[in-house]
Design a protein around this ligand. Sequence first.
Ligand code: GDP
Ligand code: IMO
Ligand code: MG
Length: 427
Amino acid sequence: MPALVLLGAQWGDEGKGKATDLLGGSVDYVVRYQGGNNAGHTVVVGDQKYALHLLPSGILSPGCTPVIGNGVVVDPSVLFSELSGLNERGVDTSKLLISSNAHIITPYNVTVDKVTERFLGKRKIGTTGRGIGPTYADKINRVGIRVQDLYDESILTQKVEAALDVKNQMLTKLYNRRAIATGQVVEELMGYADKLAPYVADTVLVLNQALDDDKVVLFEGGQGTLLDIDHGTYPFVTSSNPTAGGACTGAGVGPTKISRVIGILKAYTTRVGAGPFPTELFDEDGEALRRIGGERGVTTGRDRRCGWFDAVIARYATRVNGLTDFFLTKLDVLTGWEEIPVCVAYEIDGRRVEELPYSQSDFHHAKPVYETLPGWSEDITKAKSFSDLPKNAQAYVRALEEMSGAPISAIGVGPGRDETIEINSFL
Ligand code: GDP
Ligand code: IMO
Ligand code: MG
């Protein structure tokens, strides 16, 4: 059986957690391949609500092995508090596997994230402040700390020393902060080693063997396509590759193994943090989307910026990820609007542009060109099949599908596991 990738098609918070959890019961492994605890995935199971940040959403499905791949950055303090939070609620987390090659978010990476943002002032990215960017920067600079380093104290000390050499200069001379002592960091990290040991594995080997044995492996993206370091709205992006290719490098599985790439697509658009967002609304419609959709960050508690659906972005996501399917979420949030505008193209300096411009300056000037679709007022949260939807809701879905370039194979009509209309099976 094949490998599937499930990823965000917009700027994150599309409902990846719910979609992963929904499939979790039918897959053998759920793998995070990039990002860290900057993610915030809400999963609703019956009357229980779970907020996951670092752990794969598959951790809530008893038959499934959750895996943190080599491409993820791991904050051990967050990991253990998330694990104990789940254990207290009766969730068995003992099957979790963590790649020995995953990088560690150290306390100094969190400090650097916060001070750099403060220093940027008006130009800040609006990061989650979790140390994500600095940890990936250390990885690329070859001064990162990996999970396996916790099992060789002398190597760990040398590496922390090397990383702090430059950082302490920066912290003390540029940012007017106190220097961080190597010994203190090493002691804190070594304190996690024994607790972490039962989870550490050669996850690349495990996953490839699983695929050879016909197991089903689901790669769960964090963030979204437009937050991708290569394909997103740089520099207003995260520091990893949430796009489909990231699953290969971030888990060590070849592209030939992946047979399906599912883009999670919200029926409107949201974004957290700074950066361009052509369909953003500053009026009562934006406020209503935020209120009805509960658009408040799971990780930082920030209000999400809200706007209408943007088909240019959806087409772009289809292209850069090779999407085979969409999972359209939160259609229920649009119930009650008489008319729903959908962005079909942009106007940039007087020209109509059908595809995402390659120049960031152009994207900053892009004005949405809207087509207006008729809305519906019937409650759709109990709909179980496509034909249960009101005609106008069906037409809205079909129009989005046409514009976005891949079939919509499932529709979310509420946050719960069972509030989903399945059109084409994913497995
Ligand atoms: P993720 O980061 O992509 O996993 O998404 P978040 O969990 O940050 O945000 C999505 C929010 O929408 C969560 O609160 C979900 O419980 C909720 N949600 C997911 N799908 C649906 C849906 O189809 N309808 C409604 N009303 N809420 C949904
Ligand atoms: P999920 O997985 C929405 C945004 C931050 C900021 C930018 C960089 O829940 O969809 P970072 O801390 O990653 O360096 O911040 O990326 N961001 C997200 N926005 N959902 C997320 O994750 C996000 N993770 C990071 O707001 O603009
Ligand atoms: Mg989220």
